[in-house]
Design a protein around this ligand. Structure first.
Ligand code: NDP
Length: 250
């Protein structure tokens, strides 16, 4: 059996990926602020052991407990255990001088600190399991190229990438270490894109381009993205992957 902890599983990419990973051979521990009842129902139909934990990931003090919960759900003789750090926000959108402290703090906490704390606790608590262990960080092209109006988001995802590089090096030296990757998924038709298209041009000068992407059908579906992610996560050559990846190039 394979165990997955998926953050941001109630909507968008996280929801599609949870559905894609749903099978009787997998155990899913889903996290978001709101339970997705449809996902739980689907779990019953597919005889997949699924737990949905309502949790606001900006409360970083409780994140180690989340990892302990995941470890507590390990079945006898599990095949693998995977943490998928997917939850994220694009806010605050707007020129830096207009960003408020609260928005900047929330962005960095959810997009960067929470994945770091979860990864740290994960590595610690699964250390003695002689099984395949993986961390998938959902990054963004915004962490690799600057976008004016997205300074916090760009900084958080660039941080997530660089954190991944360091942890990857550390774990490379371990016997039965955790394999960690940071993957940019492309441009996906989710609530996050809806939010991006809704802002004023003075806050995000490329808003017109993102409206065009939608109107010209250039967004990937969450389902297609989830299928590609699943193929990568389950790939036999997963351990040989570069730590920094772009889903569009795979
Ligand atoms: P959505 O806005 O559709 O979904 C975000 C998910 O994160 C929801 O399940 C939401 O659940 C959860 N979430 C948000 N805030 C919190 C919180 N404080 N605590 C717990 N869960 C939270 O976004 P996407 O699916 O588009 O994005 C998923 C990931 O993909 C993000 O990391 C994003 O940066 C990345 N990405 C997305 C792209 C795109 O084009 N869509 C492009 C590049 C990267 P709830 O509200 O119930 O808490």
């Amino acid at each position: 059996m394979n165990v997955y902890l998926i953050t941001g599983a109630s909507k968008g990419i996280g929801l599609a990926l949870s559905k894609e990973l749903m099978s009787e051979n997998n155990v899913l521990i889903c996290v978001a602020r709101t339970t997705n009842e449809e996902l739980l129902q689907l779990g019953k139909e597919k005889e997949c052991h699924i737990v949905f934990l309502e949790y606001d990931l900006v409360n970083i003090e409780g994140l180690e407990e989340l990892i302990k919960t995941m470890v507590a759900h390990l079945p006898a003789n599990p095949h693998s255990i995977t943490l998928i750090n997917n939850a994220g926000v694009v806010d605050p959108i707007g020129r830096t001088e207009n960003n408020k402290a609260e928005g900047i703090n929330k962005s960095i906490t959810l997009n960067l600190t929470a994945p770091m704390v979860l990864s740290s606790a994960f590595i610690k608590h699964v250390k003695d399991y002689p099984i395949q262990k993986k961390i998938i960080n959902i990054s963004s092209g915004a962490g690799r190229n600057p976008y004016t109006g997205w300074s916090s988001y760009c900084a958080s995802k660039a941080g997530l990438d660089h954190y991944t590089r360091v942890v990857s090096q550390e774990q490379d030296g371990e016997i039965n270490g955790v394999k960690i990757i940071s993957i940019a998924p492309g441009i996906i038709d989710t609530g996050m894109q809806e939010k991006i298209r809704s802002v004023d041009e003075k806050d995000f000068e490329l808003v017109g381009r993102f409206i065009d992407y939608k109107e010209q059908g250039q967004l990937s579906s969450p389902e297609f993205t989830a299928q590609k992610l699943k193929r990568i996560i389950e790939s036999k050559t997963f351990n040989k992957l570069d730590p920094i990846l772009d889903l569009r190039e795979l």
